[in-house]
Design a protein around this ligand. Structure first.
Ligand SMILES: Cc1cc2nc3c(=O)[nH]c(=O)nc-3n(C[C@H](O)[C@H](O)[C@H](O)COP(=O)(O)O)c2cc1C
Length: 212
């Protein structure tokens, strides 16, 4: 599969997990791809904690369900009705969680490239996630990013040391299919915008003519 094919096929997966668990060999290849990501000052500030214990998955899923309810209750009625049928996680269905954490201390005091833009460390961890996501797609494995959680809760659940920050819970597992259209679009929550709206020429806000 070409990288362009993987980019086009990739979806955030919630409802399409088969219930089988991704095998160790495939999981390791996907993690190797994540670990190949570029990082500021070559710090590789990420860690990946693989969670499979059923009770731990359930405990996290219950926490996320509570956060989903809180978000639902914060919405005006019309938005709440649109949100109702949208599944926001596949924590137990996928059978595997990967918690990606960020260690700001990695690389010591003088990180080349981070002095002026401190967020470049977190950007690096997120690039590892994108590598992971595309590699998983090429393997026919689904990934769903869950961010409906309190960081302190997750840190406690998997024993993240002080100073290290959780960036994402990723649900990972074999899928029946990849949806062609993102769930949030299919359920009428929010549609994407055209590339031409995102590209500016010379100064921000100046629309571009057709570049092709
Ligand atoms: C930083 C980040 C956090 C996200 N958190 C959630 C989440 O908590 N629950 C969820 O269902 N999807 C989550 N998503 C997935 C997005 O909703 C999804 O990427 C977007 O709707 C586009 O769909 P696609 O990834 O299938 O193209 C998250 C994505 C990102 C990048």
């Amino acid at each position: 599969m070409s990288v362009y094919d993987a980019i086009r096929l990739r979806r955030d997966v919630r409802a399409e997990f088969t219930g089988d668990v991704v095998d160790e060999g495939t999981l390791w290849r996907i993690l190797e791809a994540a670990h190949c990501a570029p990082s500021v000052g070559n710090t590789q500030p990420w860690d990946f904690t693989v969670v499979r214990d059923r009770q731990r998955l359930r405990t996290f899923a219950e926490h996320v369900a509570g956060k989903r309810r809180e978000f639902h209750d914060s919405l005006p009625p019309e938005r709440a009705a649109t949100f109702d049928p949208i599944k926001i996680e596949g924590i137990e269905d996928s059978g595997t969680g990967i918690v990606v954490t960020y260690d700001h201390g990695r690389g010591g005091e003088h990180v080349l490239g981070r002095a002026t833009v401190p967020e470049t460390g977190v950007y690096s961890a997120v690039l590892a996630i994108q590598n992971l996501w595309l590699a998983a797609t090429a393997e026919g494995i689904g990934v769903g990013w869950v961010s409906f959680y309190d960081s302190e809760f997750l840190a406690e659940l998997i024993g993240i040391p002080a100073g290290i920050r959780p960036i994402a819970w990723l649900c990972i597992g074999p899928v029946r299919e990849f949806q062609e259209v993102p769930d949030l679009e299919r359920f009428g929550w929010r549609t994407g915008r055209a590339l031409s709206e995102a590209v500016h020429r010379e100064t921000f806000g100046r629309p571009q003519d057709d570049m092709r």
